[in-house]
Design a protein around this ligand. Structure first.
Ligand code: CAA
Length: 261
């Protein structure tokens, strides 16, 4: 599928996706969701990819769901629109490879929700975060009411959800909503460096760590521990054995050799 909104570039197993609809501050419309669903399916079919980076073109990461598209909807259409968006973001979150949001500017409403569906968020000091739906008489529709309390804590989440205030990148860092804030011109170099660092680790371990951290939050501590023990075991006689041997032999692990062990 040819994309009109998503621009992709690839180097060393790292796929960079740039949302490019800058005139509308990259607002998420139905074409975006079509392209995003296609992109997610194609990434899932490519086990050789090691990480995905997502960012926005211009002064916004994403300024929210497209208000012009939503305004004419009735109640049933609104619910269906929310469900479909949630499903796309859930599939995105469930990609096996790590996903890093490079938040370059406004991350509002659906944009903050998209960033939260990523594994790690690095923000430019120029970024602004917010769930301003209450200003429109709405609530978030792409799981913002669910991910924000889990990522920033209930009090911080309710502060954002109830006031609709935009917060600075530094404030988002304090809340735990982002993991690092960098100068605008350092955003992409820092994020690519981070993606490369993760890409150099055991690829199976990276995927499993991502899956386990999320699974435990959903299923509870004990079930999460059971899952962890199971996955821990699968790395023996496999990538983990190569990593441990490499440590003891004082050499770099050869992750592509693990199948031979
Ligand atoms: N949907 C559609 N168009 C949008 C948009 C959005 N979410 N956000 C910005 N735009 C459009 C503007 O309408 C404007 O278009 P025109 O040039 O054709 O008039 C263009 O992008 C530039 O925007 P502004 O002129 O407003 O730019 P600004 O710098 O003055 O303000 C802003 C920037 C503070 C981000 C402001 O655009 C704004 O408040 N945007 C709306 C943010 C918002 O409410 N987001 C939540 C949407 S609802 C949602 O996301 C629900 C959900 O969870 C599913």
């Amino acid at each position: 599928m040819d994309y009109q909104i998503l621009k992709t570039a690839e180097a060393d197993g790292i796929l960079t996706v740039t949302l490019s609809r800058p005139k509308a501050l990259n607002a998420l419309n139905s074409l975006f969701f079509k392209e995003m669903d296609d992109l997610i399916a194609s990434v899932a079919r490519r086990p050789e990819l090691k990480a995905l980076v997502i960012t926005g073109e211009g002064k916004a990461f994403v300024a929210g769901a497209d208000i012009a598209e939503m305004v004419g909807m009735n109640s049933a259409e609104g619910s269906a629109f929310s469900k479909a968006g949630q499903a796309t973001f859930n599939s995105f979150e469930n990609l096996e490879i790590p996903v890093i949001a490079a938040v370059n500017g406004f991350a509002l409403g659906g944009g903050c929700e998209l960033a939260m569906a990523c594994d790690i968020r690095i923000a430019s000091s120029a970024a602004k975060f917010g769930q301003p739906e209450v200003n429109l008489g709405l609530v978030p529709g792409y799981a913002g009411t669910q991910r924000l309390p889990r990522q920033a804590g209930l009090g911080n989440a309710l502060y954002m959800l109830l006031t609709g205030d935009l917060i600075s990148a530094e404030e988002a860092l304090r809340m735990g909503l982002v993991q690092k804030v960098v100068e605008p011109d350092q955003l992409m170099p820092e994020v690519i460096k981070l993606a490369q660092k993760i890409a150099s680790k055991g690829p199976k371990a990276v995927r499993k760590a991502k899956k386990l951290a999320r699974a435990g939050l959903l299923s509870g501590f004990e079930k999460g521990c059971d899952l962890e023990a199971g996955e821990f075991g699968t790395l023996f006689g496999n990538e983990g054995t190569e990593g441990m041997k490499a440590f003891l032999e004082k050499r770099k692990p050869n992750w592509t050799m693990e199948k031979a062990i």
